[in-house]
Design a protein around this ligand. Structure first.
Ligand code: RFL
Ligand code: PHB
Length: 390
């Protein structure tokens, strides 16, 4: 097989890039290790910044997001039960975020790919990029007993944190920065009315908690748990009881509980790989960087990579201009590191660290006091949460 751009990974990053390029007449093939059902069963992000939403519209798949997604102009931070609102709209110069699940967004992208008869190959095993430093790179994968080869101009590594793309860059070329947090988030999805129309991020000595939502009938809640905990340790009843303990009384009293329809633990980690290009391989999204979810930045950082890559590839194919491709890694990383900084700051301010000393806890408290006493600090938070410009 032959294509112009071979994309490894059929998550939001890979599908979005494939759709955008296809609309401009650039041929792509997407190779996805899992089945479509598997990809669509993963429950992940819920908050989209406007840059991402605009990209969805440009990819001609924003219709359902615009109809069903909720615009949020603020959220709450509770500090040991004392709840204050962050006015995103006021402090970001009129911006906001869109609450729309990654699962729904991925479904919309798959449907858009189907409408244009885009090629997405599922259950592609042993995917392997080759000859990345040459101008004739290719990707192989296994389908049953058959090894299939795809010749291409460029390979995009959009295969998430555990993918093969980043691992195919020689160790002496790649520099990896990593910070592993000593806790995870236990998340529950339930078919219940959300406790609050806006998200509630709660700091509590028992651990962080977050009240989020997917719609007015679907809630998403998280609590900080030690890394040693297993999902099986947590019955629904134990989860609801612990969540209530960490929320302000007036919120906990209103909480509607129900059976969980998904329950999972995600470890918290910050990670960046530099550079994001090796020869004709370009990394995008979680394949190159991940953040702890506290700042809702993960998917939104993937969006800016895709935006830069899309324009760089357009410049190459339409005008023979390679400056965008040459500058991709540096440009993407500049924004990636700002998302890292913000996610680290939110995580540090709101979680309970098992090894913290009294001094650290005093600083956490002071950080929150300062935040709500300073318009400049709230402006900084809002500017980052709604998304820095691409
Ligand atoms: P994905 O979604 O991991 O997709 C990569 C795809 O590549 C496939 N793959 C392979 N395919 C072929 N060959 C191989 N060798 C392959 N290896 C892997 C995988 O099957 C998969 O389908 O990466 P992508 O597209 O870059 O998207 C990134 C986002 O998924 C991620 O950043 C967000 O979910 C992070 N995140 C959040 N981001 C936000 O912007 N806002 C949020 O509110 C938010 N909340 C979250 C989150 C992530 C969470 N978890 C579980 C880590 C909440 C949570 C709990
Ligand atoms: C979610 O709804 O899954 C969610 C929302 C905000 C975050 C992280 C996760 O910061």
């Amino acid at each position: 097989m032959k294509t112009q751009v071979c994309i490894i990974g059929g998550g939001p990053s890979g599908l979005m890039l494939s759709q955008l390029l296809h609309l401009k007449g650039i041929a792509t093939i997407v190779l996805e290790r899992q089945s479509r059902e598997y990809v669509l069963a993963r429950i992940r992000a819920g908050v989209l910044e406007h840059g991402f939403a605009a990209l969805m519209r440009e990819a001609q798949c924003g219709e359902r997001m615009d109809r069903e997604g909720e615009i949020h102009e603020g959220f709450f931070i509770s500090n040991h039960g004392d709840m204050k609102r962050v006015d995103l709209h006021k402090y970001s110069g009129g911006s906001s975020v869109v609450v729309y699940g990654q699962t729904e967004l991925t479904r919309d992208l798959y449907e858009a790919r189907d409408r244009l008869q885009g090629v997405v190959i599922h259950n592609a095993e042993d995917v392997m990029p080759h000859d990345l430093k040459s101008d004739k790179p290719y990707v192989t994968y296994r389908s049953g007993d058959e090894i299939v080869r795809i010749d291409c101009d460029y390979v995009i590594g959009a295969d998430g944190f555990h993918g093969v793309s980043r691992k195919s860059i020689p160790k002496n070329v790649l520099k990896e920065y990593e910070k592993v947090y000593p806790f995870g988030w236990l998340g529950v999805l339930s078919r219940t009315q959300p406790v609050s129309p806006e998200l509630v991020y709660a700091r509590h000595e028992r651990g962080f908690a977050l009240c989020s939502l997917r719609s007015q009938v679907l809630s998403r809640y998280y609590i900080q748990v030690p890394l040693s905990d297993n999902v099986e340790d947590w019955s629904d009843d134990a989860f609801w009881a612990e969540l209530k303990r960490r929320l302000p009384t007036e919120v906990a009293e209103k909480l509607i509980t129900g059976a969980s329809i998904e329950k999972s633990i995600a470890p918290l980690r910050s990670f960046v790989a530099e550079p994001m290009r090796y020869g004709n391989l370009f990394l995008a999204g979680d394949a190159a960087h991940i953040v702890p979810p506290t700042g809702a930045r993960g998917l939104n950082s993937a969006a800016s990579d895709i935006y830069y890559l899309y324009h760089a590839l357009l410049d190459h194919y339409q005008r023979g201009d390679d400056s965008g491709l040459d500058g991709y890694s540096a440009k993407a990383l500049a924004r990636v590191w700002k998302a890292q900084r913000f996610s680290w700051w939110m995580t540090t301010m709101l979680h309970t660290f098992p090894d913290s000393i009294e001094y650290d806890r005093k600083l956490q408290q002071t950080e929150l006091d300062y935040l709500f006493s300073s318009e400049a600090a709230q402006r900084s938070l809002a500017e980052n949460y709604v998304g820095l410009p691409f």
